[in-house]
Design a protein around this ligand. Sequence first.
Ligand code: GLP
Length: 244
Amino acid sequence: MKIIEVNDYQEMSKQAADYISNRVRKLPSLTLGLSTGGTPLGLYKNLIEDYKENHTSYQKVKTFNLDEYVGLAQTNPNSYRYYMNDIFFNHINIDKSKTNIPRGDVDDVEREALDYEQLIERSGGVDIQILGIGSNGHIGFNEPGTSFDSKTHIVELATSTREANARFFNNLEEVPTRAITMGIATIMKSKEILLLISGESKKEALANLMFGEIHEGFPASILRNHPAVTVIVDKAAIAESKVH
Ligand code: GLP
């Protein structure tokens, strides 16, 4: 893993955006793996600014999002489809038909998971996967205990994850209990991974990622076995962890 240490959230977001926009300019038909949550908000904001200033084109870019809540319509502001359109896709020249997010609002979500995995494979796989990390080490919505061999699947969300995400909803009861997510093996197949870690609440997760054992109890630990992971981490997440 290549670790890039930055001062704060702003710097992390800017560096991540430079990394991605440079790659899109080099390979305009890049396939990007995208994530949601609080962490990548600044990255998307910087990418939109770059698009406006430097006209980086997303016309040929294809995207696959990591995950989606089960049971939320795409028009629900808490669905990840809504988030992606609102926060990023509506502000750049991407062809929405090339943007893929698992559907959590279909009758047969198990079927959807199988289809999504195949779709990624048939399209030639993800070139760069952007990742955040949950404080319990989850990546995508793969909670502790998820098999490292897992493909896109349906998961029950941990209470800690629902509590962490309740800030986006009116209350905890509204947070869905299930999600559809790329599996750990799906994520590991991407050619390159860009992991963003910011803030004090991720201190323990960072320390576990760097120094803990590689095991299914801490899903992100598997990333240490991936040949091309870059981690951009800010000082708040490093402070008092044993990174130094
Ligand atoms: C969420 C998402 C993940 C995200 C993580 C951290 O539940 N499913 O993709 O990386 O948890 O979220 P945040 O960036 O808001 O801390």
